[in-house]
Design a protein around this ligand. Structure first.
Ligand SMILES: [Ca+2]
Ligand SMILES: [Ca+2]
Ligand SMILES: [Ca+2]
Ligand SMILES: [Ca+2]
Length: 433
């Protein structure tokens, strides 16, 4: 473009020369104007774009593509980030003006991009959690982390002091702690963080560890530099103790627990329990869950039986809101001891060599369909967070339809293996949060 005119000691690109002749709010003219008109106009524009108010405000930034040789954009200061590309700050109007300047090839908004994969969380055990890779949950985390979705864990309770869980424990907004009164009239005194239908009290503390382990798979705090990563880092875990510390409960403790979960607004209920008898009362409680749009996730059982022939409850409940989960190994086969059934088992999820939180802040490797169910529950919490309107039966349908096929487990169950990212996509969108 412009060339210097040395014989006159004047350059047309006077304000392009080194030495910072143009700064926000300040134009220093080091040379006499030669062909002054354009220069004067450009100088004014330079001031307009880089007035201190604009430079220091939270205005959008723009990418300016400049031509070869001397260009006006060079005058506009900004930051040179690549040959022929500068970043400047300014309003849309100043960007439009700039785009008309000589030597400017384009001006476009410096747009925000999101990482297309979340960086590995800081939890020290993350690298050993093969299940998180198998379930493709990292891609799902781009869309949601669970966002406070209430998830009831009907089990042996929960270690409320566990540092990886404490931050995600549900709080009953209608109950005043420690006053010895059932403030919300739900039948449990001081049930601030869940309830105990075995001891019939408001303290769901876990004396067994099973419930704490299941809860950690669902919703241990992720990326907190401690322990492991749950599936849904921001889910709200509602512990309901329906099992004695010896690991068993009754139809009565189960249905009381389910009713508590429904009354307190759980959207998903994890029931990693199995019993041999069909129960009218349990079937009615599950029908109630379906009517309220609540998903019930159950373990297929660890007896190695074909569930199509040998029933187990609630796994064998025929309901569109119950999803029954078999346990898969790292290699995608059915885990040893896992029940199966092409008609009665919906999906498989990691349930072998699973790292879980235990009592006293310890960690334990566990196996069984209890933990497979917990992975599905965690994925369901992510779905429910991204799609608050979706009913339990819709969540179930999305999880089953999106399950990954091609593994050895396919021939033994109705669906394939849990794929959290595919399930989110199936429900509508896998969008950045
Ligand atoms: Ca209460
Ligand atoms: Ca109270
Ligand atoms: Ca208790
Ligand atoms: Ca953690």
């Amino acid at each position: 473009m412009a060339t210097a005119s040395p014989e006159r000691g004047i350059s047309r690109d006077w304000f392009f020369t080194k030495g910072g002749t143009c700064r926000p709010g300040r134009v220093v003219i080091r040379h006499r104007l030669g062909r002054g008109t354009r220069c004067a106009v450009l100088a004014l524009l330079c001031l307009a774009v880089f007035a201190p108010s604009a430079a220091q405000s939270a205005e959008p930034t723009w990418l300016v593509g400049t031509g070869t040789g001397v260009t006006a954009a060079r005058a506009l200061h900004g930051e040179r980030i690549a040959p022929g590309i500068r970043v400047i700050r300014g309003t849309a109007a100043s960007a439009r003006r700039l785009s008309r300047m000589p030597g400017v090839r384009f001006v476009e908004r410096n747009r925000r991009y999101s990482a297309s994969s979340i960086t590995a969380p800081s939890d020290p055990l993350y690298g050993r959690q093969w299940a998180l890779r198998s379930t493709r949950v990292r891609a799902a985390w781009l869309a949601t982390l669970g966002d406070g979705v209430p998830v009831a864990v009907l089990d042996s309770g929960l270690d409320l002091s566990n540092p990886d869980l404490a931050g995600n424990v549900w709080t009953n907004p209608d109950e005043i702690a420690g006053n010895g009164v059932d403030d919300d009239g739900n039948g449990f005194i001081d049930d601030v963080h869940g309830a105990d239908t075995v001891g019939q009290d408001g303290d769901p503390s876990d004396g067994l560890g099973h419930g704490t382990a299941v809860a950690s798979v669902i919703g241990a705090r992720g990326d907190n530099g401690f322990g492991l990563s749950g599936m849904a880092w921001d889910a709200s875990l509602m512990p309901v103790k329906v099992l004695h510390d010896q690991g068993w409960g009754t139809t009565g403790t189960l249905i009381a627990g389910l009713r508590y979960a429904l009354d307190e607004g759980a959207r998903i209920v994890n029931m990693s329990v199995n019993g041999p008898e069909q129960s009218q009362a349990l079937a009615e409680a599950i029908a109630q869950a379906e009517a309220r749009g609540v998903l019930v996730v159950t373990s297929a059982g660890n007896d190695g039986k074909n569930r199509d022939r040998v029933a187990s409850y609630p796994a064998s409940e025929r309901s569109r809101t119950v999803i029954t989960v078999a346990s898969a190994t790292r290699r995608g086969g059915l885990a040893r001891g896992s029940a199966f059934g092409r008609a009665s088992v919906d999906i498989a999820a990691p349930g072998d060599d699973v790292i879980t939180s235990d009592l006293g802040g310890r960690f334990t490797r566990r196996a069984g369909t209890s933990f497979a169910a917990a992975y599905v529950t965690g994925a369901a919490a992510l779905l429910a967070a991204a799609h608050p309107e979706a009913s339990g039966s819709r969540l179930r349908a999305a999880l089953v339809a999106s399950a990954r096929r091609g593994g050895r487990v396919d021939a033994q169950i109705a669906g394939g293996q849990l794929d959290a990212a595919a399930a989110l996509r199936r429900l509508g969108r896998l969008r950045p949060r």
